[in-house]
Design a protein around this ligand. Structure first.
Ligand code: SF4
Length: 330
């Protein structure tokens, strides 16, 4: 009984997720090359909490987000949402579940149809999925707009009449109008001015408090992730390098890659000296990643074993997992 309760605390469980893309669709070679965009990633997210997913561009975080929503097929692994394995759900049933899993996109300019007025953008899927009775439709959309800081007179206006921040509010309203349980937020602040970012992130926090949404917050900005997240996952070249509670990751980063990322976060106190760790070299190709530890070509602590054996993601403190040979792998 207790076990069921604990399992139910997690709205999402990802097990050994893989997403590989063939390099050439027309290759006839048996040894076809693949871009391993996501390579054996596992994590869980508790209901009503936010997991931040960080890493440099091309580390696979957006592919993880899209795979969770089954916006594309996965190569292997399981995505268990609210107790159901999404890979086993037929397309028809998955369509009915879609409102429960939403996405907020990075670019509020290209993600909104320029030919639809705001009320219709927010309400189109509400009608399609019968989220509220027809008689309540208009008042419901106006309430969602109000919740997202959009005035009622915007109902008939078009996206081009709005600033970037207001457009992102419209995107958020479109997602939350479907009464989702889980929202993937894919770099939702990166196209906005810094002054607007704080307003949007506070809106997302307020909505979460009010409606209990669970977020996967994808970002390369660790200051933002620190503000909004409860747990954090650090990805590099398609793999999870470190994962745990926000406090543990920020106060006691263990993986050399996490340490390097955190060392680049600006601090507000001018007396605090920043000991920035500069990562040398480029991210290796995900088609042909380094043997052993994928981070070894840029790691200052690299040892012989790092080229021979890939480190396992192991729990070293309660809820703090790291994949690195600097720590015991037994
Ligand atoms: Fe660096 Fe080795 Fe740890 Fe990889 S396993 S992060 S190369 S010390």
């Amino acid at each position: 009984m207790e076990k069921t309760k604990i399992e139910n605390d997690y709205i999402l469980e990802v097990k050994n997720l893989k997403k590989y893309y063939p390099v050439s669709r027309f290759s006839i070679s048996k040894n076809r090359a693949y871009v391993k965009a996501v390579d054996d990633v596992s994590f869980k997210i508790k209901r009503g909490t936010t997991m931040g997913l960080v890493g440099e561009s091309g580390c696979g975080k957006t592919t993880v987000g899209r795979s969770l929503l089954r916006l594309h097929d996965i190569t292997d692994g399981q995505v268990i949402f609210d107790g159901k394995d999404l890979s086993k759900i037929p397309e028809g049933r998955l369509r009915k579940m879609r409102p429960q899993m939403q996405m907020i996109f990075q670019d509020p300019y290209s993600s909104l149809s320029p030919r639809m007025p705001v009320g219709e953008i927010i309400g189109e899927a509400v009608k399609e999925h019968n989220i509220v009775p027809k008689s309540e439709y208009r008042s419901y959309i106006l309430k969602v707009m109000r919740d997202c800081g959009l005035q009622p007179q915007y109902f008939y206006r078009y996206p081009h009449e709005f600033s970037g921040g207001q457009r992102q509010r419209i995107s958020i309203a479109r997602a939350v109008a479907l009464k989702p349980k889980f929202i993937v937020c894919d770099e939702p602040l990166s196209a906005l001015d810094v002054s607007i970012q704080a307003q949007i992130i506070n809106l997302m926090k307020d909505l979460q408090e009010q409606y209990g949404y669970t977020y996967l917050f994808i970002s390369h900005d660790l200051s933002v992730v620190e503000y909004i997240s409860d747990t954090i996952g650090v990805m590099y070249l398609g793999s999870m390098m470190e994962m745990g509670d926000k406090k543990r990751i920020f106060e006691n980063p263990m993986h050399p890659y996490t340490k390097a990322l955190l060392s680049a976060v600006p601090v507000s106190d001018p007396d605090v000296k920043m000991n920035r760790i500069i990562l040398s070299g480029d991210i290796p190709s995900p088609v042909n990643p380094p043997s052993g530890c994928k981070f070894r070509t840029r790691c200052q602590n690299c040892m012989d074993i790092c080229a021979k054996k890939a480190p396992k993601l192991k729990e070293y403190e309660d809820g703090h997992l790291v994949a690195c040979h600097l720590y015991s792998q037994d």
